[in-house]
Design a protein around this ligand. Structure first.
Ligand SMILES: Nc1ncnc2c1ncn2[C@@H]1O[C@H](COP(=O)(O)OP(=O)(O)OP(=O)(O)O)[C@@H](O)[C@H]1O
Ligand SMILES: [Mg+2]
Length: 437
């Protein structure tokens, strides 16, 4: 039977609890009538369970909690108070109290909490996992397919060669593009990303090549195109598989001549730009089907890099999960942990959204999982709510108000970050907040 320390200044309650827990239930019990006495006991002995009143004397149960935890981090501290408030409960939870019991309580009630604390102390076989030597890099992954990717990056980066990065959504294409630039001789020069899919076909031309004042309606001044802005540096043409046929020809000419002529300009200028392109489409197949110019495809794919989907490198999932967990813990000042069963559950999922989806799920769980502990149950719950959303249902049904509050609390009120973590659109979050008032 674990030894219990009771801290309570009210003599009659103290005696009742001692009698009940020791004489009726058979626990070994020590008791303290003041915080000073309690602190002395805690300094001399370790208790697996401490039950303390919140308002004792000039010090409080929170001081007892702190002392008990610093002596024995696994100590379960149960706080009791007749004057509990949102603030004290929050503070107790934040500092790792095991539970908070409102006075007056039935003795059976305190016994139930003690039993739970006892059960929690017994190793469940689902231990928190740790990774000692987290690599000093932002690009995580040591599976053979990723090592091949690193090799190609390291060979291609210092050259000026055009690179085509392919891979499903969320596999890290933009990250690779930035790594290539950062490891090239152009690292100190601009890196200019252009999302070809989000720019209307009619505007893509001026976006890339620039435009002179008056060259089209609304062009009230000269506009420098991305290719010129990236001079001496790198331009990243993202979602290149989405550009139309006419623009494919424009781009091909540029790759051959390396000159830009802004809309409405009479002359072309030479530019020195490295081109990196990316797409989640299969450009080889598209060019076979004549949907993408074959000549442009070959011009772009001088160095082709294909990023593997996450489901084909499941061995990297534990490292990625720990990496994102640590980052979320630091960013939101949490002590989030993942257990063996939690890691296995992550490894078994298929991850249609790849690394990005894993990152968001881990971040969300770090904040919302009970006790910030990612075990199998927490992971499966989260995966299920994501799948439900993919199937069309809006996620976050029952406890949504509470989830939104917690996440907004963690992000310091940053709504776009909160929406990402919650896996909903920002618009949806605004609507929900309005409804919550
Ligand atoms: N190997 C990795 N290690 C650490 N983080 C990664 C890795 N791969 C991707 N990420 C993270 O996942 C997220 C998505 O990556 P990125 O934007 O590069 O993907 P993408 O392939 O460009 O996706 P999309 O096709 O949707 O544009 C980013 O937050 C990135 O930091
Ligand atoms: Mg991208």
């Amino acid at each position: 039977m674990p030894k219990i320390l009771i801290v309570e200044d009210d003599p009659s309650l103290r005696e009742t609890m001692i009698t009940f827990l020791r004489d009726c239930e058979g626990y070994e019990v020590d008791a303290a009538a003041s915080t000073q006495e309690a602190l002395t006991r805690l300094a001399n002995e370790t208790y697996p369970i401490v039950i303390s009143d919140v308002y004792v004397d000039e010090r409080t149960g929170l001081d007892i909690l702190k002392a008990a935890k610093s002596g024995n981090p696994d100590c379960s501290v149960i706080l009791m108070s007749g004057r509990g408030s949102m603030e004290t409960v929050m503070e107790a939870t934040r500092r790792g109290a095991f539970d908070y019991v409102a006075k007056p309580f039935e003795l059976d009630q305190i016994l139930e909490v003690v039993r739970r604390a006892e059960a929690a102390a017994i190793p469940s076989g689902d231990e928190d996992t740790e990774i000692d030597d987290m690599p000093e890099t932002e690009m995580i992954g040591s599976s053979p397919s990723m090592i091949e990717v690193y090799k190609t990056i390291s060979k291609a980066a210092p050259t000026d060669s055009t690179v085509l990065i392919q891979g499903e959504t969320g596999t890290g294409k933009e990250m690779v593009a930035r790594m290539i630039h950062n490891n090239s001789l152009r690292a100190q020069q601009p890196f200019v990303p252009v999302d070809c899919a989000s720019i209307a076909a009619s505007l893509l031309e001026s976006e890339l090549f620039g435009a002179m004042r008056g060259s089209y309606t609304g062009a009230d001044r000269d506009r420098v195109g991305a290719l010129e802005a990236a001079n001496n540096g790198t331009v990243f043409l993202d979602e290149i598989g989405d550009i139309d046929h006419g623009f494919q020809l424009r781009l091909l000419r540029f790759l051959q001549e390396r000159e830009v002529r802004p809309l409405g300009a009479s002359r072309a200028k030479k530019v020195d730009v490295r081109v990196i392109a990316a797409t989640n489409r299969d450009l080889a197949k598209m060019s076979e089907e004549k949907k993408f110019r074959e000549d442009l495809y070959y011009r772009l794919a001088v160095v082709p890099i294909t990023l593997p989907p996450l489901r084909d490198r499941r061995g990297d999932i534990p490292l990625l999960a720990h990496f994102f967990l640590r980052r979320a813990s630091e960013r939101y000042s949490l002590d989030a942990r993942i257990t063996g069963s939690g890691l296995r559950a992550l490894q078994e999922h298929t991850w249609p959204g790849n690394v990005r989806q894993l990152q968001h799920l881990v971040e969300r769980l770090a904040i919302l999982a009970p006790q910030n502990r990612l075990d199998e149950e927490a992971v499966l719950d989260a995966i299920q709510s994501v799948s439900a959303k993919e199937a069309g249902a809006e996620s976050l049904a029952e406890t949504e108000t509470e989830q939104i509050r917690k996440v907004l609390g963690a992000t310091g009120g940053n709504k776009s970050r909160a929406a990402k973590i919650l896996g909903i659109e920002r618009k949806t979050l605004y609507r929900k907040l309005e409804r919550m008032g």
